[in-house]
Design a protein around this ligand. Structure first.
Ligand code: HEC
Ligand code: HEC
Length: 342
């Protein structure tokens, strides 16, 4: 058909392809950069995200377990919290977490704001209480002024703390990965191996669960759908959605995790049991799809997964205001029988 067209049309179509490449229609969609509409709130949220005084010990912040210099997670099988307590579950990344249908592996928090209240008051994580955390902020005049500016009141309450942290987390997206460049029409963005890996990812059925902008985060599925996952038999194994719904059919059902930036977030799975993407991908094919991948197939999929690494936000380190004479002191004591995750 093309050869029948006049040269003028040919030239203009070349010019067009240089200016606006044609976006592809795929089950995975690009991540878009965020436009900040309330910079004062995001700036307060940034401070609170890095604020160790929200913890009982005065030494653990959100960033301790969701390190924004690395993966937005802690790269440990399970997290270490107040008094060096080892938590029961792997820390997911906060990058792109706004694309999750709900927060936590079992989806027990409906959004980022609700989630942010959990770790502060979790005895095994930041070990504080909402009262102590707000009292601490209230004792610092700079914080009172910032809350007044953003929320119209200098009486610090936990809902506003959570809201500001969530506003900051909304900005933690990682656009412009090579895969996104390809989705937006750039043919050169992927190598032949990576493209073959994406085709394999689709053909094997991975994309049935891992799709959308987050390449996951859109649904709950049983871990061990086709074949049982061995880790579900371990003592202390997590029961997933069952903990929320108490429905027998929700045992071992977890939120399908995002695969964005997956090369940064080892170890993998909610139990942090897998350290390499190759073995992770093979376990997935086996227990979710009943298939055995060859090394070559797994290698191709891993090559594709690495194209999902996007541009991490550049964050300037917030400078936190000094404590005052009325700021509660750090408390390093550990209550006996500390609880679980958050
Ligand atoms: C001691 C380590 C630790 C600290 C401190 C911590 N988290 Fe987490 N975070 C975790 C773990 C572990 C999970 C997973 C828990 C679960 O799913 O049961 C989690 C889950 C999350 C999630 C859900 C992500 C998803 O994909 O479901 C978000 C968002 C999050 N944390 C944000 C925060 C914020 C904001 C703070 C500070 C207020 C914070 N975390 C403090 C360890 C921590
Ligand atoms: C039936 C739904 C389903 C299918 C199909 C599926 N997955 Fe998953 N995937 C999940 C769930 C659920 C988890 C979380 C398991 C857990 O740790 O509890 C997961 C976890 C992962 C993880 C680890 C993510 C992390 O942050 O720890 C990777 C990588 C992954 N899947 C890749 C794949 C690949 C590659 C395929 C195809 C071979 C695939 N998945 C097929 C549902 C699915």
């Amino acid at each position: 058909m093309k050869h029948a067209l006049g040269s003028a049309i040919l030239i203009s179509s070349v010019a067009l392809s240089m200016t606006a490449a044609k976006p592809r229609s795929e089950p995975i969609t690009p991540i878009e950069a965020v436009k900040v509409t309330n910079p004062a709130k995001v700036s307060l949220g940034t401070m609170l995200y890095f604020e160790p005084r929200l913890s009982k010990s005065g030494s653990i912040s959100c960033n301790s377990c969701h390190n924004l210099m690395t993966s937005g997670a802690d790269n440990l099988p399970s997290s270490i919290g107040h008094g060096w307590q080892l938590g029961p579950i792997n820390s997911p990344t906060v990058f792109n977490s706004k694309y999750n249908l709900a927060q936590f592996w079992d989806g027990r928090a409906k959004d980022l704001s609700e989630q942010a209240g959990g770790p502060i008051a979790n005895p095994g994580e930041m070990g504080s209480t909402h009262e102590l955390a707000t009292e601490t902020l209230q004792s610092i005049p700079e914080y009172r002024a910032l809350f007044k500016k953003v929320y119209g009141t200098d009486k610090v309450n936990i809902a506003n703390v959570q809201d500001a942290i969530a506003a900051f987390e909304e900005t933690l997206v990682t656009p412009n990965s090579r895969f996104d460049q390809w989705l937006k029409g750039s043919d050169k963005a992927l190598t032949a191996t990576e493209l073959r890996g994406y085709e394999t990812f689709k053909n094997k059925g991975c994309v049935a669960c891992h799709s959308g902008p987050g390449v996951g985060g859109g649904m709950y599925q049983k871990f061990g759908l086709v074949k049982p996952y061995a880790g579900n038999d371990h003592p202390g194994a997590q029961v997933g959605r069952f903990a929320v719904t108490k429905n027998e059919t929700d045992k071992f059902v977890f939120k399908v995790p995002l695969l964005r930036n997956i090369e940064l977030t080892a170890p993998y799975f909610h139990d942090g049991s897998h350290w390499t993407l190759e073995e992770t991908v093979k376990t997935m094919a086996n227990v979710q799809l009943g298939q055995t991948l060859t090394d070559a197939e797994a290698g191709d999929i891993v090559a594709f997964l690495k194209t999902l690494t996007g541009e991490r936000p550049k964050i300037s380190m917030p400078l936190l205001p000094p404590s005052t004479n009325t700021t509660p002191h750090p408390d390093l004591t550990v209550a006996p029988k500390a609880a679980t995750s958050g």
